[in-house]
Design a protein around this ligand. Structure first.
Ligand SMILES: Cc1ncc(COP(=O)(O)OP(=O)(O)O)c(N)n1
Ligand SMILES: Cc1nc(C(=O)O)sc1CCOP(=O)(O)O
Ligand SMILES: [Mg+2]
Length: 209
């Protein structure tokens, strides 16, 4: 199984109209993204299933992971690698039971260690904290302090940092303990998606001085 570390890109229907979804994701994966989350709230169930299946094939070609946002049933139907649930997206323990022991279950924990502990108890594979910086995509997401990443280290689960993450601020989050950087605008809003992903992915492999 591919490790839960590195650049984690998330699709956005505002930035990626349907015709651009596949080429944009292919570019992000070519640039080094290791995990791709399909997040598409406005699409119909039928559109979402078709797109999720196409993305599953694409991520497999690249040896990357596909995570489905919000929708456990879709994750099961398209044989994704896992699902990401927010605090209002259903019970994580139920999701773990439905997914089985090997699938990836990610849980949003905002800036709260108690939520991360609950997520760990319920079988989460990773915990996500944020938003750390002003976000183009979700400006109203509750803010988080970088200290939460260090505080969550004893849980022993991989940590995702999300919210306004870009190539200029990502190294601070990695230094504080983030195993993954989750990014929408800094990759899918960039004029050259592959180059933007490459710059962010390189933060995980700092060149020797
Ligand atoms: C990796 C990752 N972290 C956090 C989120 C946010 O999830 P949620 O709070 O459920 O908000 P929506 O994405 O559903 O708007 C995420 N999707 N991915
Ligand atoms: C979907 C999402 N969740 C967040 C959280 O804090 O839980 S921030 C966010 C948006 C991330 O997009 P961008 O990289 O463009 O800021
Ligand atoms: Mg959600």
């Amino acid at each position: 199984m591919t490790a839960l570390s590195g650049l984690y890109v998330i699709t956005d229907p505002q930035l990626l109209p349907p015709a651009q979804l596949m080429p944009a994701c292919a570019a992000a994966l070519a640039g080094g993204a290791r995990i791709l989350q399909y997040r598409d709230k406005p699409a119909s169930a039928e559109q979402r299933l078709r797109r999720a299946r196409d993305l599953r094939d694409l991520t497999r070609e690249h040896g990357a992971l596909l995570i489905i946002n919000d929708d456990l049933e879709l994750a099961l139907r398209c044989h994704a690698d896992g699902v990401h649930l927010g605090q209002g997206d259903g019970n994580a323990a139920d999701a773990r039971r439905r997914l089985g022991p090997d699938a990836i279950l990610g849980v949003t924990c905002h800036d709260r260690l108690d939520l991360a502990r609950n997520a760990a108890d319920q079988g989460a594979s990773y915990v996500a904290f944020g938003r750390f910086f002003p976000s183009h995509t979700k400006p109203q997401a509750p803010p988080a302090s970088i200290d939460i990443l260090t505080a969550a280290q004893p849980l022993g689960l991989p940590r995702v940092a999300i919210g306004g993450v870009n190539a200029d601020n990502g190294a601070h989050l990695i230094a504080a303990g983030a195993e993954m950087l989750a990014v929408i605008h800094a990759v899918f809003g960039a004029p050259n998606i592959e180059a933007a992903a490459r710059r962010l992915a390189a933060l995980f492999f700092p060149s020797p001085r």
